[in-house]
Design a protein around this ligand. Structure first.
Ligand code: UD1
Length: 326
């Protein structure tokens, strides 16, 4: 299949683009390089701002036919979205509209998030029938984009799969490719950077949550598993499959303390840690019920062992302490 991948120089986007290429697909990437890294993707790349409708239309006219589109390009910092909501609405919603207008009828795989659910009602794994009640602008923009795609599908103007990622983590096992954000807010890279001496230490955001060890529980899903799910979603749509939103997670939770222990086991070093206050907007417990993705796409996580996942992240960060600048 010839596939258009927006945000293909970012963490999940470039991992997916490389996976698709390995599977024999032709991949064309669009990225504005505001967050992504040119070095993360060495195939066809067009530097384009998806907020510019004319530029997207002009690209569509000359780009040729695609069998599917995967749209990763977005801003994804929860805290930043609270401080700069308009920037998030423009960055995360407007490109979806422009892509739908420029590529009528094209099957659309959309990068969504568990942040669309908001504060979970209880401590059961989250399933897709729960109402979307995002508690921050980031989650709200993603929920709105899902709705846009749903309306387009209902009007028979193009099918979609929205993939609601839980906590993306991990890297290529050989350490050649991985996660590099600036600033880096995510737990696993920050714990590793604390071991590497690149951070003074790791602050644990709250030890008084209503969880077994008092720290927040998340569902860490390997980025390579996410990449496989995008391919499965394209195949599903190519076969005329229904439009749907699906969770991508392992179904297993790990607490912040368990992640710290995993980093210590893998690195053989102590993570310098201190307890800090809760981070505003953090739900205590977010774990996926991934059953629907298995039923509909035949997809399930294969790299769900936390130690093995952290080992791949460690391989990447120890070989690339400065990310793609290393
Ligand atoms: C958030 C979003 C997720 C989104 C992702 C994108 C929510 C609920 N989740 O994930 O949908 O896809 O951002 O970036 O909005 N922690 C520490 N110390 C640190 C860093 C993190 O204790 O220095 C804790 C956090 O409190 C949290 C866990 O580690 O409990 C994971 O945090 P993080 O890696 O930042 O991801 P989320 O906030 O869960």
């Amino acid at each position: 299949m010839r596939i258009l991948v927006t945000g293909g120089c970012g963490y999940i986007g470039s991992t997916t683009a490389r996976h698709l290429r390995r599977q024999g697909h032709e991949v064309v990437v669009i990225d504005d390089l505001s967050e992504g890294h040119q070095a993360a993707w060495d195939g066809a790349m067009h530097q384009l701002d998806l907020r510019d409708a004319d530029a997207v239309q002009a690209f569509a006219l000359k780009a040729g036919e695609f069998g599917g589109l995967i749209h990763f390009a977005a801003r994804a910092y929860v805290g930043e979205s609270v401080e700069q909501p308009l920037r998030y609405w423009r960055a995360n919603l407007v490109p979806v509209l422009h892509l739908c207008e420029a590529f009528p009828g094209l099957p659309f795989v959309f990068s969504s998030t568990c942040a669309t659910y908001g504060e979970p009602p209880n401590e059961d794994p989250l399933h897709e029938q729960l109402p979307l009640r995002p508690v921050n602008p980031y989650g709200a923009t993603k929920a709105a984009a899902e709705r846009l795609l749903q309306d387009r599908a209902v009007a028979s103007q193009g099918s979609y799969v929205a993939l609601r990622y839980f906590n993306a983590a991990g890297a290529e096992p050989d350490g050649s490719h991985g996660e590099a954000h600036d600033p880096e807010n995510h737990l696993i890279p920050r714990a590793i950077q604390a071991v590497q001496g690149l951070l003074p230490g790791l602050t644990i955001f709250g030890n008084d949550w209503p969880t077994p060890d008092g720290t927040c529980v998340r569902d860490y899903i390997h980025v390579r598993d996410l990449a496989r799910a995008h391919e499965a979603a394209l195949v599903h749509l190519g076969q005329g499959g229904e439009s749907v939103a699906l969770n991508l997670g392992t179904g297993q939770g790990a607490s912040v303390k368990e992640v710290v222990q995993a980093v210590e086991a893998v690195s053989g070093q102590t993570v310098p840690c201190e307890d800090g206050p809760r981070r505003p907007g953090d739900p205590s417990y977010l774990v996926a019920n991934p059953r629907a993705a298995k039923e509909i796409l035949g997809w399930e996580a294969q790299e769900s062992d936390l130690l093995a996942l952290v080992q791949t992240a460690w391989n990447w960060h120890s070989q690339h302490p400065q990310g793609y600048r290393s």
